[in-house]
Write a protein that binds this ligand. Sequence first.
Ligand SMILES: [Zn+2]
Length: 491
Amino acid sequence: MRRVPSGELPIILQTNMTSSTLIKNAMAILTGGSGNEGDAARLRGPDIRIVGDTIDAIGVLTPQPGETVVDATDCIVYPAWVNTHHHLFQSLLKGDVAGLNASLTPWLAATPYRFRALFDEKRFRLAARIGMIELMRSGCTTVADHNYVYYPGMPFDGSAILFEEAARLGLRFALLRGGATQIRGLEAELPTALRPETLDGYLADMERLATHFHDPSPRGMQRVVMAPTTVLYSISPEEMRATAAFARKLGIRMHSHLSETVGYQDRAQTMHGRTPVEFCGDNDWLGEDVWYAHLVKVDPHEIALLAETRTGVAHCPQSNGRLGSGICPIREMADAGMPISIGVDGAASNEAADMISEVHMTWLAQRARLGMAAQPTYRGGSFEGGADAASVEDVVHWGTAGGAQILGLGEVGRIAPGYSADIAIYRLDDPRYFGLHDSAIGPVASGGRPTLAALFSSGKRVVTEDAIDGVDLRELAHEARAAVKQMLAEV
Ligand SMILES: [Zn+2]
């Protein structure tokens, strides 16, 4: 029996009214446990029972009367991905020619800031929908979007649109509410739609959003996070302390961009005589309720400071590669004890903003990065290459349970009894995956886009054989092409 509160009289639901689904005969299950967790990172299964929105049992299970059975023969099962950093509005800005070969600062001017003022309600909604659907079809059910399209007198409520679109698709959504009270030089000549907010206006909207949308429960389907766009550029040190205090008063988490390029190191040094991470610590922006996107350019002592304060990272390797920023040292960060997660970042700097592409890149880039440090023995080297920098289990852990931890979601990101039933079932039916000795590693090690036989979000089946109910991809493609054409004519 389950009690559901409802006004004066409690309504009693019979448990036999709760839906039950049996995922049967999975070939392999990765649980979301890290490589360090040994056997716990994998389950033989082969069956998983979902009751309501929860994983109920794992093992050799017999179908019960009336139970829906999903045949997972020859399929690989992962926890659904948790994406911890994105800018969904950029889903209509892929491959902009003017910014294609530019590093961060010129790219910001060429692409996101040049087009941002052209986003009306219709385009904003379309972009959000495209980005969410792209993520879903890679097996992602939790999306954290760092939206910074806000300005005084804005004629539409972008925050509400994002929550609506996520709810329509059945996704868990965290709004990382960006904002700026000061503008970078490069934004100064741009349209009024790029005007900064006042601190009071920003905080008032944070309070409104937290009151209307924030669900602090361990599986909350809607979360709100204080996320000034770039703490080093968007707000003053005094405002950093004010936003941190306000977020902690509201009981919400904190997020921003940090140390994406050497430009951050130069600014922190020039303006404050500190490293970027030291500067954030000076202004109350470190802690287990904080995570930063990128952290590509960090010194060893900064990693120690981040680990000591349990500050997390959203690793975005494809965007960091696309903009030529570098590779975040997440192996060193994980070894130091930092919480690690993976984000796709906005599609204006990542033309493959899906989680399979991102975790494939994560797996390879950490190995390549460590390998770059190898030296011949005659120069004092002690190892040949970096192939032990990231196992497939580590990458799955960072992209699932790691992300859930960083978002403060306590029962999300693992395949284990009692956890939210967020489950991706992949069928490896492309020649890319044929001949694998260990099929379980296919989605991460081989990359590509495995057929998504099923995706469950909080126990609800939201994808079946790559298809999403009510979504016509041809129509979506047509709308995207038309919107891009119009924006190019207007910009
Ligand atoms: Zn970003």
